[in-house]
Design a protein around this ligand. Structure first.
Ligand code: AMP
Length: 177
């Protein structure tokens, strides 16, 4: 992707200090979502390294991963699978508890969301410590489906989250801070 496009996207991301708690610099992507042209650039850039591969399902993580993931799925002609916070999915699920910097969290995916012969791309808005995406990758792995890679709009590289996504499949991020 052109560096001018990357710069436009980067400057549209709004920094919000001390949200949701003191010490966190929150990357607010709503200005990107609100601009059709920027959103198109973002989706194209997130897909780029995976173009030409057959992707059956895009897995998106609650909640901003639903926005990016479903737009990517639509563009690729793939289905969309939500990974949700515990207790939100209505049918039978497989779930996983994972640790965060402070405390822990739980995510779930429907048992029939992925079949073992399907190829999968994971999508989320932001890779921070990698705890959330790592847990989603574990759920994908338990389903038996084949992971093609992971794609993020933003990566906070100083948190080294990429390290927690080890396992061989490529990890792509469009904007790095
Ligand atoms: P992590 O599990 O630490 O990689 O956190 C990833 C999830 O938390 C992503 O789904 C993000 O939406 C959210 N997140 C973490 N840190 C930030 C941040 N600084 N700005 C915006 N969202 C964040």
């Amino acid at each position: 992707m052109l560096s001018a496009s990357i710069d436009q996207l980067r400057s549209a991301i709004r920094d919000v200090p001390d949200f949701p708690k003191p010490g966190i610099l929150f990357k607010d992507i709503t200005p990107v979502l609100a601009d059709a042209r920027l959103m198109q650039l973002a989706i194209d850039g997130m897909i780029e390294p995976f173009s030409g591969q057959k992707i059956d399902k895009v897995v998106g993580i609650d909640a901003r991963g639903f926005i990016f993931g479903s737009m990517i799925a639509q563009k690729l002609g793939a289905g969309f699978v939500p990974v949700r916070k515990k207790g939100k999915l209505p049918w039978r699920t497989r779930g996983l508890d994972y640790s965060l910097e402070y405390g822990s969290n739980s995510i779930e995916m429907h048992l029939d969301a992925l079949a073992p012969d399907e190829t999968v791309l994971l999508a989320d808005d932001l890779l921070a410590t990698g705890g959330t995406a790592g847990a989603a990758l574990e759920l994908i792995s338990q389903s038996g489906a084949r992971l093609l890679g992971s794609t993020f709009f933003i990566e906070l590289a100083f948190l080294d989250g990429r390290q927690r996504l080890a396992g061989g499949a490529p990890v792509h991020s469009l904007i790095t801070f």
